[in-house]
Ligand binder design. Structure first.
Ligand SMILES: N[C@@H](CCC(=O)N[C@@H](CS)C(=O)NCC(=O)O)C(=O)O
Length: 208
């Protein structure tokens, strides 16, 4: 059988590519990785656009089936390779996990702009947050505190892929040295220690 193939960015800084990479690891699925230099617009090359109509990473190739959009990919993996789950089993918890994923991908834009994942994966340091980004950070932190009321180890009882997505967003602030409540720092550190996450964090990155 053909192994799965995952297309990611060459700097391994895409939080969306990371989310799929971690899911594949957690599921113990064999896959190879292909990198695209986004700065050189390789995502617009004809070969790639034939696989990915969105011209973005990640894209998963499973045989002759190519799929983009990270949370669509992880849901596909969950359905087709259910062995080791990356989503909660309970329908309401699973819906909440999807809610967290969708929210992190569609909201909080000022944080994503002012705290790029170069902070997370290259140790970059960015200037203080603008007022609009401070407001977004406040929203992120109060939502995270509400979701993690009582300080559980994970959002939904057991680990799920939503924990990794939330930890990346928190680490945009934490690793820049922005103020984040201690219990959220501890939560993000816990997610970061996971071997599947470390596998992504420790990838050999090209110099900037
Ligand atoms: N909603 C998408 C976002 C994917 C995305 O924005 N990928 C970025 C890298 S982080 C990309 O491919 N950018 C290249 C471009 O926009 O040309 C997902 O979850 O997969």
């Amino acid at each position: 059988m053909q192994p799965l193939r995952l297309y990611v960015d060459a700097q391994f800084t895409s939080p969306y590519a990371m989310s799929v990479f971690v899911s594949l690891h957690e599921k113990g699925l064999a896959f190879d990785t292909r990198t695209l230099d986004l700065d050189a617009a390789q995502q617009q090359a004809k070969d790639y656009t034939e696989l990915s109509v969105t011209q973005r990473v990640p894209t998963l190739l499973d045989g002759d089936f190519a799929l983009s959009e990270s949370s669509a990919i992880t849901e596909y993996l969950e359905q087709v390779y259910p062995g080791t789950p990356v989503y909660p089993a309970d329908p309401r918890q699973r819906a909440r996990a999807r809610q967290v994923q969708a929210w992190l991908r569609s909201d909080l834009l000022p944080i994503r702009q002012e705290r790029s994942t170069l902070v997370v994966f290259y140790g970059a340091k960015m200037p203080p947050l603008s007022p609009v980004a401070q407001a977004a950070a406040h929203k992120l932190l109060s939502a995270a505190q509400a979701l993690l009321a009582g300080n559980p180890a994970y959002l939904f009882g057991e680990w799920s892929i939503a924990d990794v997505d939330l930890a990346v967003m928190l680490n945009r602030l934490i690793l820049n040295g922005d103020e984040v409540p201690a219990e959220l720092v501890a939560y993000a550190e816990r997610q970061w220690q996971r071997p599947s996450v470390q596998a992504w964090v420790n990838l050999q990155r090209p110099a900037l």
